[in-house]
Design a protein around this ligand. Structure first.
Ligand code: 2RA
Length: 331
């Protein structure tokens, strides 16, 4: 039956996409509460023919809310998600705040939907976008061959940094085209016509938080605590879709043909892979789309029982908003 939905961070890139997904998927909504900071409160956002006024987020914003989608960063989730849960809402949190909490399930609906029943705190965590997109390619193969290790390099869109990341790339491209000054506030150096091998902050082991998310979140979602992962996360001048180059190592010997066939009837992921036709997916193929696309599937030439492959997916959609709405659909 219809639910009272709240979106925290309704005016951000992911919040806006959550609204779009709820609308496009005809999610049964009895009431919609849009919440944001004082700065954004008062704005109106159109939804299904009505103008909804964005309210300021407070600890009392969740009366009667059934599902609260959070997309306003980790600090806001840590501060307000417990209040939403206390008011009786199920929280689906897009931030990293609760992902590694043993009492909080971390869910990709195509992989571990049953974990939604374990929301002991009334909170469910949405995984990191790079993890979701990578696992959409790896899970079907994991089921067939048993995944042991992942060696990956990501090519991450600026939308991962929110609306300001998109604006920074746009500003720099225009400035470079017209001879103006470029502005680098979101990234440590120019991102236009460049690539930056840093996403999030460095840790003592010289990996970034983003790279360790791939390791820790993949182990939790797949339920494979001994999974080995080495990942290099790179920011690239692309607007909305992440791409990940992966060598996946399995227990059993995989075959390229079988791998392509596996994707053919797997929900949420498709293969676009025919070297004889120069057929492979690029970030522009998945932008604003639901499905992830896999290509460049080939036997790895270094490691036995391993496939090299390339997966792309829309970072704002399947990487965040769509995944969260699909979790809400499970509920
Ligand atoms: C990024 N995955 O791409 C991180 C957070 N969205 O910046």
């Amino acid at each position: 039956e219809a639910k009272h939905i709240a979106i925290v961070g309704a005016t951000g890139a992911v919040g806006e996409e959550m609204l779009a997904c709820l609308d496009q998927r005809n999610f049964p909504i009895s009431e919609l509460t849009l919440l944001a900071s004082a700065r954004s409160a008062g704005k109106t956002i159109p939804f299904q023919g009505k103008d909804i006024i964005v309210k300021e987020l407070t600890h009392d914003s969740f009366e009667g809310v059934d599902i609260a989608l959070f997309a306003a960063g980790g600090d806001t989730s840590l501060e307000y998600a417990p209040s939403a849960a206390k008011a009786g809402a199920i929280v689906i949190d897009n931030s990293s705040a609760y992902r590694m909490d043993d009492e909080v399930p971390l869910i990709v609906p195509e992989i571990n939907p049953e974990a939604a029943k374990e929301a002991k705190k009334g909170i469910i965590a949405n995984p990191n976008c790079t993890t979701i997109i990578s696992l959409m390619a790896l899970f079907p193969l994991h089921k067939k061959y048993g995944l042991k290790a992942i060696i990956a390099s990501s090519y991450q869109a600026v939308s991962g940094s929110g609306a300001q990341g998109i604006a920074e790339l746009k500003q720099q491209c225009e400035a470079l085209a017209n001879g103006g000054e470029i502005v680098s506030e979101v990234y440590p150096t120019q991102i236009a016509f460049n690539v930056i091998p840093q996403v999030d902050v460095f840790q003592p082991d010289n990996y970034t938080k983003e790279e360790l998310k791939m390791l820790n979140e993949s182990r939790k979602i797949l339920g494979v605590p001994e999974l080995k992962v080495t990942c290099t996360c790179v920011r690239v001048p692309v607007y909305r879709s992440h791409a990940v180059s992966i060598t996946a190592v399995f227990e059993n010997k995989p075959s390229v043909e079988d791998a392509r066939a596996v994707y053919a009837n797997y929900p949420g992921v498709d293969s676009k892979d025919d070297p004889s036709q120069n057929l492979f997916p690029t970030p522009l193929d998945t932008t604003l789309k639901d499905d992830c696309l896999v290509g460049r599937i080939r036997e790895d030439k270094v490691i036995d029982n391993a496939l090299a492959l390339w997966v792309v997916g829309d970072q704002v959609r399947k990487g965040a908003a769509l995944n969260a709405v699909q979790i809400a659909e499970i509920l």
